[in-house]
Design a protein around this ligand. Sequence first.
Ligand code: CO
Length: 134
Amino acid sequence: MIGRLNHVAIAVPDLDAGIALYRDTLGAKVNAPQDEPDHGVTVVFIDLPNAKIELLHPLGDDSPIAEFLAKNPSGGIHHICYEVEDILAARDKLQATGARVLGGGGLKIGAHGKPVLFLHPKDFTGTLIELEQI
Ligand code: CO
C-alpha cells in the first residue's frame, strides 16, 4: 500500500538556526519558508535526492507543534510521510484493521497541495505517520 518515503518532518525551536544547519553545515538545497495557517505551522522544505526534509515551526497561538516542542525543547522528528496512490482506499483499509486516523478520518490538504491524513502514533510503533496521495 505505501510507496516512497516523501518526507521526514523535524520540529525545530529556532527556524533560522534549522535553515542554517541544513543549508550551510549540511549543504542541502533549502527552500523558502511557507506559512501554513490552517495547520498552525511554518514549513521549510529541504530537497534531498531521494526524499525531502520538512522543518516545522509553530505558527499562531495553538499550534500542534508547540506542545511537541514543549516536550522536546531542542526539537526532534515529528512525523514521517509515505506516499500512497489512493488515500481513501488506504484510509478505509487501515480503519478496517482498527488503526486510528486523526481528526476523525477526514482528509486535509497538506503543504504540497495534496490530500493527506495522519495515523495515530500508538497504532504505528510510536511514530506519527502522514499519508500523502501522490
Ligand atoms: Co508532513
